[in-house]
Design a protein around this ligand. Structure first.
Ligand SMILES: Nc1ncnc2c1ncn2[C@@H]1O[C@H](COP(=O)(O)OP(=O)(O)OP(=O)(O)O)[C@@H](O)[C@H]1O
Ligand SMILES: [Mg+2]
Length: 255
């Protein structure tokens, strides 16, 4: 990782920074508009630092919709999601509304602000689930973290918010320095789709993915057939009892 570079908002129109703020093609008018938006949101500076390399800079993440960087709102460190100019969304407000709903269920990084092109949220200082599993984390801790992930998914199911990308959540679960898991990116979330957070995340964590392979090495024998059966039961009838049964067959029940 390169050294972090801190850039004040007034300087973001310069050189390589402009192409992050207006990725992939900065124009003077769009840039001016976006810098004004950042000032209105009280963002004072952007910090280029993180795991993802982005031309000569580094950022926290880069996807189809946005680029995520660290930033400062006054002296508070936050995460800033910048809408790509070529994104298939015209504004960030829908994602913000979904994140707000998740927050009400105590899920996701806290929403701190939004405008057409930016979403401000709590900065989660941590690593993505696959890399976290590669660390020398013991069985008890893995179970505690996965139990928390499933509980969060249960709460999302209960409030009727479907995340939409949890069956392939390689980049959507961050574990912070206190081993607290955070589900991120509510951009494809929906309040009208039938919620399938618990079933999708179990599929991802226990049944079929590179993460499932890592998890099965960390935990005791996993009975995949029993998990499939428990998920089917939960899917048919979303009750706490059936959810606890899923937790049980996944080996995550509290002792
Ligand atoms: N609040 C946050 N704190 C720290 N890092 C974050 C935060 N939110 C997102 N990230 C990082 O940025 C990456 C991209 O974020 P996000 O998934 O929201 O963007 P995206 O453009 O929707 O990506 P994709 O197209 O892959 O869905 C995440 O995988 C994660 O590594
Ligand atoms: Mg996304």
């Amino acid at each position: 990782m390169k050294n972090a570079v801190m850039v004040r908002v007034e300087k973001l129109g310069e050189g390589p920074y402009a192409s992050v703020i207006c990725y992939p093609k900065p124009t003077r008018a769009e840039l001016r508009k976006r810098l004004r938006e950042l000032q209105k949101l009280d963002v004072k500076a952007v910090e280029f630092g993180g795991e993802k390399q982005f031309s000569s800079l580094s950022v926290l993440g880069k996807g189809c919709v946005g680029i995520v960087t660290k930033a400062y709102r006054n002296s508070e460190k936050i995460a800033l999601k910048i809408r790509r100019v070529d994104a298939d969304r015209t504004r960030m407000q829908v994602e913000a509304r979904m994140l707000e709903k998740a927050n009400a269920a105590k899920v996701g990084p806290r929403l701190l602000g939004v405008s057409k092109n930016f979403l401000l949220m709590q900065f989660v200082d941590g690593v993505l689930l696959p890399s976290w599993l590669d660390k020398r984390v013991g069985k008890a801790l893995v179970r505690r973290v996965l139990r928390d992930v499933l509980e969060q998914c249960w709460r999302l199911d209960t409030v009727g918010l479907d995340h939409g990308e949890l069956s392939h959540a390689l980049k959507h679960i961050i574990i912070d320095k206190n081993d607290k898991p955070f589900i991120v990116d509510f951009e494809t979330a929906s309040l009208t789709r039938r919620p399938s957070n618990v079933t999708s995340v179990c599929q991802f964590i226990f049944l079929s993915s590179t993460v499932a392979e890592k998890v099965s090495k960390k935990l005791d024998e996993i009975d995949k057939e029993a998990i499939v059966g428990a998920l089917r039961r939960y899917k048919n009838e979303r009750t706490r009892g059936n959810f606890d049964f899923v937790m049980g067959v996944c080996g995550l029940q509290t002792m």
